[in-house]
Design a binder for this molecule. Structure first.
Ligand code: TMP
Length: 212
C-alpha cells in the first residue's frame, strides 16, 4: 500500500505556513520521501488573476473571488502535467501551502460557509488531505509580522479580518471534524519548535498510513 501523504498547511496570513512547508519538505526529503511542494493560489492561469485581485489591481465581488479560488483548485488538482492527482499517483508526498479550508475560512467570512463547502465538495471527493495542519497564530502577532516584512498589505490582511478568518477556521474545523483530519499546532512558538511539532505529527501519520 502506498504511504505517500497529502498534507495541507493552513493558517491566517503571517502564520509562517510557507516557511514551515519548506522546512517540512526538506525534512521529508532527508528521510527518503519524494516530495512535491505546492501552494494556492497557484501560479497557473486562474492563480495569476487571483494574485492581481489580492494586490488590488483588479476588483471583484467576494462570490466571484470564491469561485475563482475553486477554479484554481480544480486546475491544481486536475492539470494534466502538474496536477496533484497525478503527483500522488506517481508516489509523491504532496505538501500544499493552503487548500480548501482556506476557502471555508476566508470566504466564509463574507458569505454562507456551507455554500463554500458545498462548492468545494468535488475537490474533497477528488483528493482529501491525509492531514490538515493548522498553524495557530494570534492575529495580532501575524499582523506585526506582515507589517515588519512587507511594504504593502494584501486584500485580506487587516487585524479585524484576520480575527474573523481565525474564528471561521475554528467553525469549519468543528463542522467538518468527522470527515477531515485536522491538527492544530501552536504557531506562537519559535520556528524550530513549530517545525519539530509538525515533523512529529507527520511521522506519526506516515506510520499510521503504513499500517493500513
Ligand atoms: P498566501 O498569503 O498564503 O500566499 O495566500 C494568499 C491569500 O489568498 C491569503 O490572504 C488567503 C487567500 N486565500 C483565499 O482567500 N481563499 C483561498 O481559497 C485560498 C487558497 C487563499
Amino acid at each position: 500500500m502506498d504511504n505517500n501523504l497529502f498534507i495541507a498547511l493552513e493558517g491566517i496570513d503571517g502564520s509562517g505556513k510557507s516557511t514551515q512547508a519548506k522546512l517540512l519538505a526538506r525534512k521529508l526529503e532527508e528521510t527518503g520521501h519524494k516530495v512535491y511542494l505546492t501552494f494556492e493560489p497557484t501560479n497557473g492561469m486562474v492563480g495569476s488573476v487571483l494574485r492581481n485581485i489580492l494586490k488590488g489591481n483588479i476588483k471583484a465581488d467576494e462570490r466571484t473571488i470564491a469561485t475563482l479560488f475553486l477554479a484554481d483548485r480544480m486546475d491544481h488538482l486536475l492539470n494534466e502535467d502538474s496536477g496533484l492527482v497525478k503527483k500522488i499517483s506517481e508516489g509523491y508526498t504532496v505538501i500544499t501551502d493552503r487548500y480548501y479550508f482556506s476557502s471555508y475560512a476566508y470566504h466564509g467570512t463574507h458569505m454562507d460557509m456551507d455554500w463554500v463547502i458545498a462548492c468545494n465538495k468535488m475537490c474533497a471527493d477528488i483528493l482529501r488531505p491525509d492531514l490538515n495542519i493548522f498553524i495557530d497564530v494570534a492575529p495580532e502577532i501575524s499582523m506585526q509580522r506582515i507589517s515588519a516584512n512587507r511594504q504593502s498589505t494584501e486584500l485580506y490582511e487587516t487585524l479585524d479580518n484576520l480575527k474573523n478568518v481565525r474564528a471561521k477556521y475554528m467553525e469549519a474545523f468543528r463542522k467538518l471534524g468527522d470527515a477531515e483530519t485536522v491538527v492544530s499546532i501552536n504557531g506562537n512558538q519559535e520556528i524550530e519548535a513549530i517545525a519539530a511539532d509538525i515533523s512529529a505529527l507527520v511521522s506519526k501519520q506516515t506510520k499510521e498510513k503504513r499500517r493500513l
